[in-house]
Design a protein around this ligand. Structure first.
Ligand SMILES: NC(=O)c1ccc[n+]([C@@H]2O[C@H](COP(=O)([O-])OP(=O)(O)OC[C@H]3O[C@@H](n4cnc5c(N)ncnc54)[C@H](O)[C@@H]3O)[C@@H](O)[C@H]2O)c1
Length: 248
């Protein structure tokens, strides 16, 4: 019997990928899928990374895990100071669900949302383009949202979050213009509702054509594809991964 190896277009063998938000949800699932595809990993998150690190190492990946806040410029810059990174899957992000218009700390909350969900994607994509262009190219994947396209699936989606994700989509276009001529492809996924700690207690699934929320792994595969050489002719795309929400 012949054994089949992973096709070159999707194989991540010999590639190093930085995955942010890797302690939880979509970021953790992305790290596991990339490890299955042969990647070595650099994981970054505010939260503890021991579990993800142990799980990707069990799949055979070499892994470095760094804990810190991506809004700290020095922490972010240090992620690009080491060996070549072939791809970045930037999955870190926040959503604060408490009623926004009753929040006495609205201004503080708004600025934190924009810092984590807008400034960080912009900074990390810019740093990744410089690093990858200097090393012969690469792939950057940001995570937007259906909320950035529709304003949110319901009024329970806070407007600061929807606005931040619309900004991520605009950042993908801008960064794509900056990166594509230098061999760095910049794309995003725009997930619909996905079962992760971020959406605990919410179930928007029944309203979708697929009648269920997505799993983190169902986002991880499209993200991994966008990190691979199979996506070498894609830049500036915002891939809808949303249970058919835009079927009409
Ligand atoms: N879950 C969904 O339904 C959904 C839908 C659309 C988009 N998204 C987006 O997908 C991405 C991943 O979300 P998730 O559902 O996996 O959420 P999650 O809460 O499970 O994971 C987010 C991770 O980001 C990390 N993080 C947050 N701020 C950080 C910071 N300043 N520095 C470093 N790490 C930080 C958190 O510690 C956490 O581990 C986010 O950008 C989110 O907005 C999620």
């Amino acid at each position: 019997m012949t054994t089949r190896s992973i096709p070159a277009g999707i194989s991540m063998e010999g590639k190093r990928v930085l995955v942010t938000g890797a302690a939880s949800g979509i970021g953790k699932a992305t790290a596991l899928v990339l490890a299955q595809l042969g990647a070595d990993l650099v994981l970054a998150d505010l939260s503890a990374l021991e579990t993800t690190k142990a799980e990707v190492e069990a799949l055979g990946a070499n892994c470095v895990a760094v804990e810190g806040d991506l809004t700290d410029d020095a922490f972010l810059a240090a992620l690009f100071a080491g060996e070549r990174l072939h791809a970045l899957a930037h999955c870190a992000g926040i959503l604060m669900r408490a009623p926004w218009n009753e929040d006495p700390d609205w201004n503080t909350r708004f600025h934190r949302m924009m810092d984590v969900n807008v400034r960080v994607p912009l900074q990390i994509a810019a740093a990744a383009i410089e690093h990858m262009a200097a090393h012969g190219g690469g792939h950057i994947v940001l995570v937007g949202s259906v909320a950035g396209k529709t304003g949110g699936t319901s009024l329970t989606t806070p407007p600061d979050y929807s606005a931040s994700k619309g900004a991520v989509h605009a950042i993908v276009k801008w960064m794509s213009r900056s990166g594509v001529g230098r061999g760095v492809m910049v794309n995003a996924v725009a997930p619909g509702p996905v079962q992760t700690p971020m959406t605990r207690g919410n179930n928007n699934g029944p309203n979708l054509p697929l009648k269920r929320m997505g799993t983190a792994e169902e986002l991880a595969w499209p993200i991994a594809f966008l990190c691979s050489s199979g996506a070498n002719y894609m830049s500036g795309a915002i891939l809808d991964v949303n249970g058919g929400a835009f079927v009409g």
